[in-house]
Design a binder for this molecule. Structure first.
Ligand SMILES: [Zn+2]
Ligand SMILES: [Zn+2]
Length: 240
């Protein structure tokens, strides 16, 4: 082994790689400086209700301006694009430990900035069949991590009792119809505010249907916290 290799193996221990580009990184970090600078953090210009990026004047996005929603507010860390999108896709196919840590830390920091207080943390359930196929529920992994970090209890889990068709091509109203009756809550009566954690907020129809069920069982407020949220194109209303 030459001296340069000895030096780099000490500086960058084998196996420690950037969560986005997979280049080797120093110990104690999870993302390289270049990828960090390129992360599409959501800043001030966001929808007051669901928290997604807003490219127009006003306070609400096209989806939130429409019919009344059951959830109270949503917050996200990133826009669903670039290396944030890559990280989510990688997390869904392989929940490597440093990816989970990075996502849980990002979510918890974002939540603490909101000054909201919650009693419970929850997650989006999968059908038993889907969970068996994937081997884990990524929303549950994130929710458990966030609950620990912010010091809240996990809520008795909801169940997904109805298989729903792939939602990519459906708009908010179609998605909401598609999800009707999909979730069941069999836990004790809920007293207080629930924070639901997930990876991506698209139209928000899943968030809305879950909120409807949680409120029916007593929740006073339901908040959503996601790693990424999609952008709604102002003119066409399409989800990107
Ligand atoms: Zn990188
Ligand atoms: Zn909105």
């Amino acid at each position: 082994m030459n001296i340069f290799k000895v030096f780099t193996s000490w500086l960058f221990p084998k196996g420690l790689v950037c969560v986005s580009c997979k280049r080797e990184i120093p110990e104690g970090t999870t993302i390289c400086d270049q990828c960090y600078d390129e992360l599409p953090y959501l800043e001030d210009k966001t929808c007051y209700k669901c928290g997604r990026y807003l490219d127009e004047y006003g306070k609400l996005c096209r989806i939130c301006i429409g019919s009344k929603k059951h959830f109270d507010r949503g917050f996200s860390v990133f826009r669903y694009e670039g290396n944030a999108r890559n990280i989510i896709l990688r997390f869904k196919s392989n929940h490597a430990l440093n990816l989970t840590e990075f996502l849980v830390d990002s979510l918890s920091e974002r939540f603490l900035e909101t000054n909201e207080v919650v009693d419970y943390v929850s997650f989006i359930p999968m059908t038993e069949e889907d969970e068996l196929k994937r081997g884990y529920n990524q929303s549950e992994i994130l929710a458990c991590g966030v609950a620990k970090k912010i010091g809240a209890n996990m809520l008795d889990p909801l169940e997904k009792v109805k298989k729903t068709s792939a939602q990519k091509s459906l708009n908010f109203d179609h998605r909401r119809d598609n999800l009707k009756g999909a979730f069941k809550y069999r836990g004790k009566k809920i007293e207080g505010t629930v924070l639901v954690v997930d990876d991506v907020l698209t139209t928000g129809a899943t968030a809305d249907e879950m909120s409807r069920v949680l409120k029916q069982k007593g929740a006073s407020r339901v908040l959503f916290l996601t790693v990424c949220s999609t952008y709604i194109h102002y003119k066409s209303g399409s989800v990107q």
